[in-house]
Design a protein around this ligand. Structure first.
Ligand code: DGL
Length: 259
């Protein structure tokens, strides 16, 4: 079992930000990543559509014998992980916006959250927010248009900069001191965000927490790979392979696959 791969999927290339954290913490684990770029963005789709796409991706990863599945997408986690866990007999790791960390640490009692419509409207997101943000102003902003630009390779474009300015302005006016990145595509915006945000605003995402949780669950199931040779990290994309290769800095095998 331990030599089997960790399966990772996202609506596109954003979940590579999670892959990178997992690969840094667990460098000997074999991984298979599915970038469902053909169907990106998931964020504007209905719950049923997100569930159907998550099932499609999960079944492909299970066909490829994955021992554990990381849902490297906040939108898919918040809308579909419950059903995935009920349906398949394999451990699932999900990702949710790091609201709790921001809420526990804010000094200004105002935090911003940038995520997709699908995440912000989900029951799971509302439950977590209600649980931890009593007495705190939570400024929710849908990142409309951000994912398509990243998928097109326009992460550092002038277009992106204007969108971000527009989305950050009301949060900054509300005096946030934490900005939660609630979408796995968004860590790639950090260089631009650092340019746009005042120094005292901290940016947080859940990538490292997901990697740590993956390690803990693998250990708990005795699935950790102790072999240190011939590690394979394979990426499949049903969209633009060039953008995926670039975001991976040409370090890994990327294959085109229609799924
Ligand atoms: N990367 C995704 C997330 O974490 C999905 C974005 C989208 O496809 O809209 O939410």
């Amino acid at each position: 079992m331990s030599k089997q791969s960790i399966g990772i999927f996202d609506s596109g290339i954003g979940g590579t930000s999670i892959f990178k954290e997992i690969n840094a913490l667990l460098p000997h684990e074999n991984t298979i990543y599915l970038a469902d770029s053909k169907n990106a963005p998931y964020g504007n789709k209905s719950k049923d559509e997100i569930i159907a796409l998550s099932i499609k991706n999960t079944e492909l990863l299970l066909e490829k014998n994955c021992k554990l599945i990381v849902v490297a997408c906040n939108t898919a986690t918040t809308n579909a992980i419950k059903i995935l866990r009920e349906t398949y007999n394999v451990p699932f790791i999900g990702i949710e916006p790091a609201i709790k960390t921001a809420a526990l640490n804010t000094q200004t009692k105002a935090i911003g959250i940038l995520a997709t419509k699908g995440t912000l409207s989900s029951e799971l997101f509302h439950n977590t927010t209600d649980l931890y943000t009593n007495g705190i102003t939570v400024f929710e902003q849908i990142g409309e248009g951000i994912v398509p630009l990243i998928e097109e390779g326009k992460t550092n474009s002038a277009e992106m900069k204007s969108l971000l300015k527009l989305y950050l302005e009301p949060m900054l006016n509300a005096d946030i001191d934490y900005l939660v990145l609630g979408c796995t595509h968004y860590p790639y915006l950090i260089p631009l965000l650092l340019e746009l945000l005042p120094k005292h605003v901290k940016i947080i995402d859940s990538g490292l927490a997901v990697a740590k949780q993956t390690k803990a669950v693998l250990r708990q199931h005795e699935f950790l790979n102790i072999r240190t040779q011939n590690t394979k990290n394979i990426f499949y994309s049903n969209g633009n392979v060039t953008v995926l290769k670039t975001i991976l800095e040409h370090k890994f095998t990327v294959k085109a696959l229609d799924f």
